[in-house]
Design a protein around this ligand. Sequence first.
Ligand SMILES: Cc1cc2nc3c(=O)[nH]c(=O)nc-3n(C[C@H](O)[C@H](O)[C@H](O)COP(=O)(O)OP(=O)(O)OC[C@H]3O[C@@H](n4cnc5c(N)ncnc54)[C@H](O)[C@@H]3O)c2cc1C
Length: 370
Amino acid sequence: MKERIGIVGGGPGGLMLARLLQRQGMSVTVFERDAHADERPQGGSLDLHEDTGQRAIRAAGLEAEFAAAARPEDQGDRLYDEAGCLLFEHDGHEANRPEIDRSDLRRILLDSLAPGVVRWGQRVTGIASEGERIRILQEGGGELFDIVVGADGAWSRVRSFLTDVRPVYQGVTLLELGFDETRHPHAAALAGHGKMFAVGDNRAMILQRNGHGHLRFYCGVRMSEEAAAALSESGEQEIRARMADAFAAWALDLRGLVGEGNFIGVRPMYAMPIGTRWVTHPGITLLGDAAHLMSPFSGEGVNLALADAFDLAEALTQAIGMESIGVYEATMAARAEIAATGAAAGLTSVFSDDGPESVLTRFQERIQQG
Ligand SMILES: Cc1cc2nc3c(=O)[nH]c(=O)nc-3n(C[C@H](O)[C@H](O)[C@H](O)COP(=O)(O)OP(=O)(O)OC[C@H]3O[C@@H](n4cnc5c(N)ncnc54)[C@H](O)[C@@H]3O)c2cc1C
C-alpha cells in the first residue's frame, strides 16, 4: 500500500516538503487554514542561503523560477544610530543571499504542486493516533494518514501532540508598516539597496526593500508580555502614537516613519526554548517554526524551514518509519539550536544599552568572515 502523508500548514516549509515528496511520486496532501493564497499579507523579503534555502530550491527543480523572482541586487546593509548618522554601509554585491518576497516564494511553490495537493480553508484543530495511523482533526471530521508533518508555524496544533513546550515571549514587540518607494522616496533612500537598521537605547527600526517597489518597516521596543497583548488589542492610531512616543528622542527622518505608510500589525516576538526536543513518534514530526520558532534576528527562519523540508523528504523517501524520522529530527534539532542561539544573541545585542556598537561589531565580523 502507498503511504499517505498529511502536511499541516502551507507556508514555505510545508509547501517545499510537498513539492519534494511529489517529485518522488509520493501521495501528499497539505491542509492550509487560509482560504486562498492571497488571504493575508505574507510578510516581507527573505534572503535564501546557499546551503539551506537555495539547496532546497535546487532539489525542488525550481532554480529558474527562483532566479526570475529573486533580487540579488538587494543584499546591502546599512546601520544608523538614533540621531540618523550612518555608521556602516555595505553594498553586499559579492554576497550569495538573494532576496525574494515571501509571497513570490509561496507562489513559486504553489505553482509547482499538482492541483488538489493543497486544500485551502482547512483549519486543523489537532491530531490523534489510531492504531498505527494518525488522524488529522478538523471541526466536524478528520482524515487518516500514515505520516503527519506539522508545518503549521509558531502556534502549531500538531506540536502539542509531541511536547507541552510552548513559545516564550522574548521581551520585544515590533510594529510592522508597509511603504512604497514612489509615495515614500525618503524611506527608499534610507533603506538603500537592501536593509537598514537604526539602533539606539534598547530600541530599533528596520527598513527592508521588498520587490515590486515596496518596503517593509518594523520598529521595536522592549515591553512586557501583558503590555504587548494590550497594544495588539488597541486601534491603529493608539498603536502608532505609543510607538511614536517611544521614539520621540530620535531624529525626525527616522521617527517620522512611525506615522507614515500602511499599518500591517503588531508583532510580539516569541521563540521556542533553545534546544527543545521530544521523544520521536513513528508517524508524526514537525518542521520549520512549528519545531523551532525563533526571533527573526538570525535571518535563518525560512532557511531552516526549507532545509528541514529537504532533510525530511530525503528521510521519508528512503524508508518510512521511526528510524527515518528520528534521523531527520536529530539533524533538524542540532541545526536549529545553533541558529536559535544566534537569534537570541542578535535580539539581545540590538535591544541593548550599547545597541549601535554591538550591531556594528556583528556587521564588521560578518564582512571579515566573508
Ligand atoms: C517580522 C518577521 C520577519 C522575518 N524575517 C525573516 C527573514 O528576514 N529571514 C528569514 O529567514 N526568516 C524570517 N522570518 C521568519 C520566517 O518568516 C519563518 O521562519 C518561516 O516563515 C517559517 O516557515 P514555516 O513554513 O515553518 O511556517 P509559516 O510560514 O508560519 O507557515 C505556517 C502555515 O501554516 C498555516 N497554519 C497555521 N495553523 C494552521 C492550522 N491550525 N491549520 C492549518 N493551517 C495552519 C498558516 O496559515 C501558514 O500558512 C521572519 C518572521 C517575522 C515574524
